[in-house]
Design a protein around this ligand. Structure first.
Ligand SMILES: [Zn+2]
Length: 305
C-alpha cells in the first residue's frame, strides 16, 4: 500500500516536471525567463487618469498618451511625427535591426498574425527583424499586457527588453489581432513614428470636432509645433498611423476627425500606405543612396496602400 502511494507521488512529480518543461524555454527559447511587467516599464511611465471608456477602439483603451503611445517626459516635450535622431540618437535602432520575441501566451493563430505584420515590414522597408537570440540587449518583447490593456507601444528604441502590447481576441472582439494592421501600427511607433494627425499642418487636411471628444482626452488631439517637426512627405489620409474618425468620441458613431478633402477616409489598419512605407525608409536613411532609393520607391509604390 505504502509503495503504491509512493509510486503515485512519483508519477505526479514527473507529470508536473513534464508540464514545466513543456511550458518553459524548451519550446520558446527566445522568450526571457522573467517577465515582470513592473521591472520592464520605466519609472516615469505615464498612465493618464482613468475615465470610463466604452465602445472605443482598442488603440484608445490603454489610457496612454494619444491613446496608445507609452511615453516618458523627455519625449513628451519634443514630439515629432518621426523621431529626430539628432535629438534622440539613442532611440534609433542600430544597424536598422530590431530583434523581437513573442510571448508564448499567444495562441498560434495570433502569433502568425504578429509574424505576418513583421514579414510585411521586412518586405517593404530596409529594417531587419531577426528573432531575439537571447543575447541582444535591446529587443522588442511583444506581450499581451493586462494593464494597461489594449494595443500600445513606446516610440523609438527604449533600451533593454521593450514591451509592445497587443491584446489578443476575446469574447468582446478581435482587439489588436483581427489582422496584421494594428500590429504594424504599434511596431511603427517602436520604429520611431508618431500619429499622422499630430502634424503641425493637419488643420489644412482634417477638421477636429472638439465638441465630440471626451473632455479628458482633448489633449490627444493636440498638434506639434513647427520647430519640433519637419515633414518630407505630403499629409497622408491613408496612413496606418492616422486616427480613425471616431477615436475618443463621447458617443459611439460621433465624429471627432473629419477629412477636409472629399472622399478621403481615415484610420485604415490594413497595411502601410505608400507614404508610410517611404517614411520608414527615409527615417532609416534608405532613400539616401540612389540605388536603394530606387528599390524602395518602387517597393512602396507597388506594395503600399
Ligand atoms: Zn498609435
Amino acid at each position: 500500500m505504502f509503495s503504491l502511494i509512493k509510486f503515485q507521488v512519483h508519477i505526479v512529480v514527473l507529470l508536473v516536471l513534464l508540464i514545466l518543461l513543456i511550458e518553459s524555454r524548451v519550446i520558446f527559447p527566445n522568450v526571457p525567463e522573467i517577465i515582470d511587467r513592473e521591472s520592464l516599464l520605466p519609472d516615469d511611465f505615464m498612465i493618464e487618469d482613468m475615465v470610463e471608456l466604452e465602445n472605443q477602439d482598442p488603440e484608445v483603451l490603454p489610457n496612454l498618451y494619444q491613446g496608445d503611445i507609452a511615453l516618458n517626459n523627455e519625449i513628451f516635450n519634443q514630439l515629432r511625427v518621426g523621431l529626430r535622431w539628432d535629438t534622440f540618437p539613442k532611440k534609433r535602432w542600430e544597424n536598422r535591426t530590431i530583434p523581437y520575441a513573442i510571448s508564448p501566451l499567444y495562441e498560434p493563430e495570433d502569433m502568425i498574425t504578429i509574424m505576418t505584420a513583421i514579414r510585411t515590414l521586412t518586405r517593404m522597408t530596409c529594417l531587419k527583424f531577426p528573432k531575439w537570440n537571447g543575447k541582444d540587449k535591446d529587443f522588442l518583447l511583444i506581450w499581451p499586457i493586462k494593464y494597461p490593456k489594449g494595443c500600445w507601444s513606446f516610440v523609438g528604441k527604449v533600451g533593454g527588453p521593450q514591451i509592445l502590447s497587443l491584446q489578443p481576441p476575446d469574447q468582446t472582439g478581435p482587439n489588436c489581432l483581427g489582422g496584421e494592421g494594428r500590429a504594424i501600427h504599434e511596431i511603427l511607433h517602436a520604429v520611431g513614428i508618431f500619429h499622422e494627425q499630430s502634424r503641425n499642418d493637419r488643420d489644412r487636411f482634417v477638421k477636429v470636432v472638439w465638441d465630440n471628444i471626451i473632455p479628458a482626452y482633448k489633449g490627444n488631439f493636440e498638434k506639434q509645433s513647427l520647430e519640433n517637426t519637419t515633414y518630407s512627405f505630403e499629409y497622408d489620409y491613408k496612413s496606418i498611423m492616422h486616427y480613425g474618425q471616431s477615436y475618443f468620441a463621447k458617443e459611439k458613431g460621433k465624429l471627432t476627425l473629419v477629412p477636409k478633402m472629399k472622399g478621403e477616409k481615415l484610420g485604415q489598419r490594413k497595411s502601410l500606405s505608400q507614404t508610410d512605407c517611404l517614411k520608414v525608409n527615409e527615417l532609416y536613411g534608405c532613400l539616401d543612396n540612389i540605388k536603394t532609393a530606387k528599390k524602395y520607391y518602387t517597393l512602396c509604390r507597388i506594395l503600399g496602400i
